[in-house]
Design a protein around this ligand. Structure first.
Ligand code: RRO
Length: 306
């Protein structure tokens, strides 16, 4: 559904509605990205892409938890050189913006991948500096403000498109990291990646996941994400994109009130199907109309008023 009440601009990126496909779910092919856009998403974000192909971890890579999923995929991806074909195809197919998620093992790697993704047609990039369980990338970068700044600064210098930075909740102070990212040039922040977690099988008496440790997503982490957004909103001026357990329009509205300008949906696609985007935008639209707001932008951060 498209109404002017729902349109937003995130760091110059125009979205017909404030929902996005979260990275890591169905973001490998142009075809699946198309099915998510058909389900009503305002933008698509790809699975995180690196410089070289990666197989990922051994199975099992996903396990169900109470109110969520724990995954340890291990960054499986075809590498940017092969993925540029998929970006070209997705750009031919999609009528919504395409955001390419990028990970690297150094600032130089991030810069190289971003350059190729943007040349291939990415409308924006999201730097994954928050994967909770792959050594020497992800949260090992995003937990260290100095290393994070170097990555963001390098990418911001060359990228000709908006740069989003996806933050880890697995830190002592998410605000400190958020401020470092913004000072280094981040155009928007995505909060949050998954929460470090694990599952153990009482029968086998062993960890369930092939990697033992993974990241928890879904409704279980919604209150954590909401708190992170609320705190970050008080400290930085760039748009925040909320991520973590958004399943219903009520969840989305709570995120907007906490300070998010848009929301990402991931795990809910597994439980509700791709049309969850349309359900969320329709519900949000009715809420805004009923409450007398002309735009979703008017409720961003409204819970902070004193
Ligand atoms: O691929 C993964 O295992 C993964 C990634 Br890149 C991430 O950012 N967050 C996550 O929970 N899993």
């Amino acid at each position: 559904m498209v109404t002017s009440r729902l349109s937003v601009s995130i760091a110059g990126l125009q979205l017909e509605n404030p929902t996005m496909l979260a990275s890591g779910i169905l973001g490998y092919s142009a075809e699946t990205l198309g099915s998510i856009a058909a389900g009503g998403a305002g933008a698509d974000i790809t699975k995180s892409i690196g410089l070289k192909p990666r197989v990922g971890y051994a199975n099992p890579t996903v396990v169900q938890a109470n109110c969520g999923l724990i995954n340890a995929m291990g960054l499986p991806n075809p590498g940017i050189d092969e993925f540029v074909e998929e970006i070209h195809e997705a750009k031919r197919l999609l009528s919504v913006p395409l955001i390419v998620s990028v990970y690297g093992f150094s600032a130089e790697e991030y810069e190289k991948i971003v350059k190729k993704a943007v040349e291939a047609g990415a409308d924006a990039v999201e730097l994954n500096v928050s994967c909770p369980h792959v050594k020497e990338t992800g949260s090992e970068i995003g937990q260290n403000p100095k290393v994070l700044s170097e990555v963001v600064r390098k990418v911001r210098c060359t990228a000709k498109k908006p740069v989003f930075v996806k933050l880890s909740p697995n830190v002592t102070s998410i605000c400190e990291v958020a401020e470092a990212a913004v000072e280094a040039g981040a155009d928007a922040l995505t909060a949050i990646n998954t929460v470090k977690a694990m599952a153990i099988d009482a029968e086998t008496m062993m960890p369930v996941l092939g990697n033992k440790v993974g990241g928890l997503s879904g409704p279980a982490i919604k209150p954590i994400a909401l708190r992170c957004i609320y705190e970050i909103y008080e400290r930085v001026k760039v748009p925040i994109i909320g991520c973590g357990g958004v399943t219903s329009w009520q969840d989305a509205v709570e995120y907007f009130l906490a300070g998010a300008s848009a929301v990402q949906v991931g795990t809910a696609i597994a439980t509700e199907g791709p049309t969850v985007f349309r359900t969320i935008t329709r519900g949000t639209d009715v809420y805004l109309k009923t409450k007398g707001f002309a735009s979703v932008r008017e409720i961003v951060g409204l819970s902070h008023r004193r």
